[in-house]
Design a protein around this ligand. Structure first.
Ligand code: FAD
Length: 444
């Protein structure tokens, strides 16, 4: 028999139920990745993300070759490409990870039907991307948790599947062309395991104290690797919990947030694009303000710092994501969808569940239990960038200032000389505008 292991965003050989399942079927295994034209067309993936993904595939190929296999790559419509290859190698089964978005579940359904028409079977594995599979824990009488804390209680006590060792060997069918162009090694399981190891030994234990320190940059930065599945969330959570430290517990709690958003999206796929809890918002239209935000030119330094970090690195610190998100949705009162789309375009870790539901959380249309709070970016900068070094790093025009957080105090002429804009909005008036709008919506 021949089995196809269809990789999606589980680009690893360690603890991969898809690969283990395909090898366990016995016989030949064909590891496959399809660059799905529908995903490429959806505007996901600015250049750094595509480069990262190419690196993940190169690394996966190398690891498979060390075990007697190789990664087969195809481009086009995923269903068509899988069926074509299945016919070519006469595969009995195709193994794949279940995923939560409407796009992924529809695609899996189409693939299952198309394979069934060829008398082949699609085997979907749950719980490949998360620590606890979406839907595995539910509140009494409902299909998902809408609030994090009770979810987290159950999540912490939920049984975990065992971490799977990588398969020792796999056998590919003869005469299958798996030669692929490899020119980049940005992402992948090898750097991911190295990074995870050094994080667990050097960074984790202080995580609870340092995770909000913008200039200190003391979070794991594992999110791109987690997104593409170069590292298993199950394995990472187990190793962090084993440390039995406050830092370890705080980190595992963040992995629970990741699972939380996945279970919300699995139950409410519409929440990727529609308000999870509508608040009657009539978002403003202001293209100029949106562009100023996107380019880090709002005149509020901490906001601009975050937005410029995103453009430069394809990553942004979590605290900066909250500050810039709150600024867009509550201060500028612009639609969270515009922010989410911009983030997805630029984040290497861009992830429909984590991104769009965090955006809804920030906008107060999601699962935040205090939906009308407005983050004051100046106070946030004082608390989380007290030295001003994060701001100086990303807004070099202000690098020479003793306090780069309120440059408008120097006056219009000084701002002009620095080449930095005046604030595009009055923060106090904007906060009042938002509160009034939400209050009004409540009364309607
Ligand atoms: P660490 O602090 O080291 O945390 C470890 C891991 O836990 C992260 O890698 C991530 O997988 C998970 N995690 C941490 N915080 C969260 C959270 N609030 N929600 C869900 N998972 C979390 N995360 C993404 O992975 N993809 C996104 O597209 C994304 N978009 C976001 C958009 C907004 C508006 C906000 C406020 C947050 C978003 N996050 C997203 C969550 C969080 O900001 C990132 O996961 C985190 O900054 C990644 O850095 P890290 O790996 O160093 O995190």
């Amino acid at each position: 028999t021949t089995t196809i292991a269809l990789f999606t965003r589980d680009l690893r050989v360690h603890d991969n139920p898809v690969l283990t399942g395909a090898v366990g079927a016995g016989g030949f295994v064909v590891p496959l990745f399809v660059w799905d034209s529908a995903v490429t067309a959806a505007g996901f993936g600015a250049e750094p993300r595509a480069r990262f993904l190419a690196g993940c595939l190169a690394d996966l190929d190398e690891r498979l070759r060390a075990r007697g296999g190789a990664l087969v790559e195809r481009h086009g419509d995923l269903v068509t490409e899988v069926c074509r290859l299945a016919e070519q190698v006469d595969a009995t089964e195709v193994h794949v990870a279940s995923d939560v978005s409407a796009f992924a579940t529809n695609r899996a359904r189409r693939l299952a039907d198309a394979l069934a028409a060829q008398r082949r079977q699609l085997v979907c594995h749950d719980g490949v991307h998360t620590v606890v599979a979406p839907g595995a824990i539910t509140p009494h009488g409902r299909d998902h948790f809408a609030v994090f804390t009770p979810y987290h209680h159950k999540w912490a006590a939920a049984p975990r599947r065992a971490v799977l060792p990588p398969p020792r060997r796999l056998q590919m069918p003869p005469d299958l062309d798996a030669s692929i162009q490899r020119d980049d090694k940005a992402g992948g399981e090898t750097p991911s395991r190295r990074k995870a190891r050094s994080w667990l030994s050097d960074g984790l234990d202080a995580y609870h104290e340092r995770h909000d320190d913008l200039a200190g940059d003391a979070t794991s930065r594992l999110s791109p690797y987690l997104h593409f599945g170069c590292v298993s969330a199950v394995e990472l959570a187990a190793e962090a919990a084993d440390r039995r430290t406050e830092g370890g517990d705080a980190f595992v709690r963040q992995l629970a947030w990741r699972d939380f958003h996945h279970q919300v999206l699995a139950a409410r796929p519409d929440a990727a694009h529609s308000d999870y809890r509508p608040r009657g918002d009539r978002w403003r239209q202001d293209e100029q303000a949106l562009q100023a935000w996107q380019h880090g030119q709002t005149g509020i330094p901490i906001v601009d710092a975050g937005m410029r970090q995103l453009l430069a690195e394809g990553w942004m610190h979590n605290r900066a994501r909250m500050i810039t998100g709150s600024f867009l949705t509550k201060t500028l009162y612009l639609d969270w969808r515009a922010g989410a789309a911009h983030f997805l375009r630029h984040l290497i870790d861009g992830d429909l569940a984590n991104n769009n539901l965090n955006w809804q959380w920030v906008a107060g249309t999601g699962t935040d239990t205090r939906p009308n709070r407005v983050l004051n970016p100046l106070r946030q900068a004082e608390r989380f960038d007290p030295s001003g070094d994060y701001t100086r790093r990303w807004v070099p025009e202000l690098a020479g200032l003793d306090d780069p957080r309120r440059p408008w105090r120097l006056g219009a002429e000084a701002l002009r000389r620095l080449g930095y804009p005046a604030p595009i909005v009055d923060l106090d008036a904007a906060r009042d505008r938002f509160r009034e709008a939400r209050q009004l919506a409540l009364e309607l």
